[in-house]
Design a protein around this ligand. Structure first.
Ligand SMILES: Cc1ncc(COP(=O)(O)O)c(C=O)c1O
Length: 363
């Protein structure tokens, strides 16, 4: 437990948020900047809220260097709705897309896309329990594909791309668990999307960044809320957007700016991840099943090899104020999600607990 009686929360999502962001939200809870009301109580058409949504978009554009030729959309439905919206909107010419399967989220996305057109599985790392990112060369891709789909960071398996595949078709990436954690060149993508509940704010908001020329191809009978054009033409205000989550996202973006922007955040993330992987690699008890070059800097997975011992580790960690260290329910073991808001002190506290645990559980 740290000095504020807050635990170090390693949850994969919803996840820990920066304390200054929570404090600011608390301060503004009853009376947002003289409006006499909470942002939760405000009309989404009010001047105060319009200022919030515009500033949030501006800050995101600045932090991610998003050019004017891309639209930023604030949507709902989570990352999962994007698994459907992407094929509905982007199956334009060929009704075919290439998918790289690096985990359960990519699998779900591919399955959903196959309802609307042809899905070509370019490569999969399922043969080794998704413990690596497959190499993708141009000759593996279809000539007639509307887009190539990847999951940039695999939250469950702890892998990430360090090099992007090159494709003729627009590259589409699920950046849910890595948005704003490291610099990316947005112009390499046709579309990226992320649920907010990991690196940005509370659940309920999904951010889509889409190249303008890819908008406007949804079939006539597409439900209006599932057409990117609806949201793009109405600046994400076609209906009531997730106002409070957008406000919280805005506060987090301001916090990232105060930390020196994405580059500075990336350096901190790399330092945190390096410390934790070093501790795992040097240990005789813990192992990271992920290929070194593909290791995520956001979700660090490790195991002892003994499910009972893993359970004991997770239980004991809780007593030390280190919570939510259990791996995804489908894979077990441990997973420490060390998103932007996890302070380095949290990582150090985890490492010292790991050392103590290893001492006490020598095999
Ligand atoms: C990489 C990735 N994509 C998609 C999802 C699904 O997101 P949601 O729960 O917002 O639908 C998750 C959830 O953890 C995720 O980690």
């Amino acid at each position: 437990m740290n000095t504020d009686n807050r635990v170090y929360n390693f949850s994969a999502g919803p996840s820990t948020l920066p304390v200054p962001v929570l404090e600011k939200a608390a301060k503004e809870m009853l009376n947002y900047r003289g409006s006499g009301m909470s942002v939760m109580e405000m009309s989404h058409r009010s001047k105060d809220f319009l200022n919030i949504i515009e500033k949030t978009e501006q800050d995101l554009r600045e932090l991610m260097s998003i050019p004017d030729s891309y639209k930023v959309l604030f949507l709902q439905g989570g990352g999962t709705l994007q698994f459907s919206m992407i094929p509905i909107n982007l199956f334009r010419k060929y009704k075919k897309a290439d998918y790289v399967i690096t985990g359960s989220w990519a699998k779900k996305a591919a399955k959903e896309a196959s309802k609307y057109g042809e899905v070509n599985i370019v490569a999969s790392s399922e043969d080794k329990m998704f413990s690596y990112i497959p190499e993708i060369s141009k000759d593996m891709l279809s000539e007639d594909s509307d887009y190539l789909y990847i999951t940039y960071n695999n939250t469950i398996y702890g892998t990430r791309y360090t090099e992007l595949p090159e494709a003729k078709a627009p590259l589409v990436a699920d950046i849910s668990s890595m948005i704003l954690s490291e610099e990316i060149d947005i112009t390499k993508f046709g579309l990226v999307f992320a649920g907010a509940q990991k690196n940005i704010g509370p659940a309920g908001l999904t951010i889509v960044i889409i190249r303008e020329d890819l908008i406007g191809f949804a079939p006539e009978d597409t439900p209006i809320m599932l057409d990117y054009k609806t949201h793009s033409e109405n600046s994400s205000l076609y209906n009531t957007p997730p106002c409070y989550s957008i406000y919280m996202a805005g506060l987090t973006l301001e916090w990232i700016k105060s930390q020196g922007g994405v580059k500075a955040i990336q350096e901190m993330n790399e330092e945190k991840a390096a410390l934790l992987y070093k501790a795992i690699d040097e240990s005789d008890l813990f192992k990271c099943p992920v290929e070194k070059k593909d290791r995520s800097i956001m979700n660090v997975v490790f195991v002892t090899g003994d499910p009972e011992l893993d359970k004991k580790f997770i239980e004991g960690a809780k007593q030390e104020g280190l919570v939510n260290l259990g791996g995804h329910r489908t894979v077990g073991g441990m997973r420490a999600s060390i998103y932007n808001a996890m302070p380095i002190e949290g990582v150090k506290a985890l490492i010292s607990y790991m050392k103590k645990f290893e001492q006490n559980n020598k095999r």
